[in-house]
Write a protein that binds this ligand. Structure first.
Ligand code: MN
Length: 339
């Protein structure tokens, strides 16, 4: 997954930390991913930039791709983050500059740790299933590991969490006593939960973490009074030893996300995470000159240089500074350049 807007915003995230429980409803904004796929982007949001180290959340589909190309994201670079790919339906082929060629399928977790630098493409296979539906999240890497060697990890046997009225898989970290083996570099949690109609579940969570509940489908109530529907995120702040999620009459599928508040200030632009505007600009320049020695060192080709490649957009001169966490009024969504 990649940011494909013509003029992506530069976000400064972190540094303003939550101070306790809160309830804030965020509605994902619709962003075109190329010409074919419309995605709902819940993170980063003007009001809530991150949940723990989770810094990016795209939800795409369900989309009928039987007469459409499906996902067509050509080779593009990443730095300083992990991509977490999670499909609900369909198939997407992942290729990267480590030589990985992996089919992303429902229930299989694929985590690409960019570290120092990586290049990948995400393309629907020609003989794909008729429906494409999935999520991609990014996790910011802490400073001490963000220049580490890139790697790709795949988990085909994630632990099942099953409670009365609720079934799901723990993607990362531990929720209600169920722990995933997936690789993470900061205290983090993520779970995909399906709730039967009208059920409510209390899940034990770490009060030191901040949490959020993203609605993939259906309608839920959580935290207290806030109700949310598909493509909405309920941000819950920190200080909760349990999170209650209740489904509406049609049931619901949610992604429960959490993590230790990310105290480092990061700069996020296009597909890069750095610590300063200048550092991100240097990543961009190395991507532009990827055939040169310095560019190739950070961004080797995916399979061959013949692979279709995405050019970097122009960088803005003014970054979006973090907003104070309070007052928690919903901010208007940023305007998307180049729609
Ligand atoms: Mn990507």
């Amino acid at each position: 997954m990649s940011v494909l807007e013509a003029k992506p915003q530069e976000y400064v995230c972190g540094s303003s930390l939550p101070t306790g429980p809160e309830e804030l409803l965020v509605t994902a904004r619709k962003v075109w991913l190329g010409k074919t796929t419309l995605v709902a982007r819940a993170l980063p949001d003007r009001a809530i930039r991150m949940i723990g180290a989770w810094c990016f959340l795209d939800h795409y589909g369900p989309e009928d791709v039987s007469d459409a190309p499906g996902m067509q994201v050509p080779a593009h670079p990443h730095t300083g983050l992990q991509t977490v790919s999670w499909l609900v339906e369909g198939e997407v082929e992942h290729r990267d500059s480590l030589g990985t060629q992996a089919m992303v399928t429902p229930g299989t977790l694929n985590i690409m740790t960019a570290g120092h630098g990586i290049v990948h493409s995400e393309i629907s296979p020609v003989d794909k299933p008729p429906t494409l539906h999935g999520l991609q999240l990014w996790v910011a890497l802490p400073d001490d590991v963000r220049e580490s060697a890139p790697r790709f990890d795949r988990y085909t046997d994630l632990p099942i969490i099953e409670r009365p009225g609720v079934r799901g898989q723990v993607l990362i970290g531990e929720i209600d006593g169920v722990r995933s083996p997936a690789i993470s570099f900061s205290p983090l949690v993520g779970a995909d939960l399906t709730l039967e109609p009208g059920t409510a579940v209390d899940l034990v969570t770490d009060p030191a973490h901040e949490h959020g509940v993203f609605v993939v489908s259906g309608e839920v109530t959580t935290g207290g009074v806030v109700a949310a529907t598909t493509d909405q995120l309920i941000y819950l702040g920190t200080g909760r030893g349990a999170v209650t999620v209740a489904a509406g009459d049609a049931g619901a599928r949610v992604l429960l996300l959490g993590g230790e508040p990310f105290a480092e200030e990061i700069v996020m632009w296009w597909n890069f995470i750095g610590r300063t505007h200048e550092e991100v600009a240097a990543f961009r320049a190395q991507w532009e000159h990827r055939d040169g020695a310095a560019g190739t060192e950070r961004f080797p080709p995916v399979i061959t240089r013949a692979e279709r490649v995405m050019e970097a957009p122009v960088m803005p001169t003014v970054p979006l500074k973090p907003r104070p966490r309070r007052p928690p009024e919903r901010q208007p969504p940023p305007s998307e350049g180049g729609r």
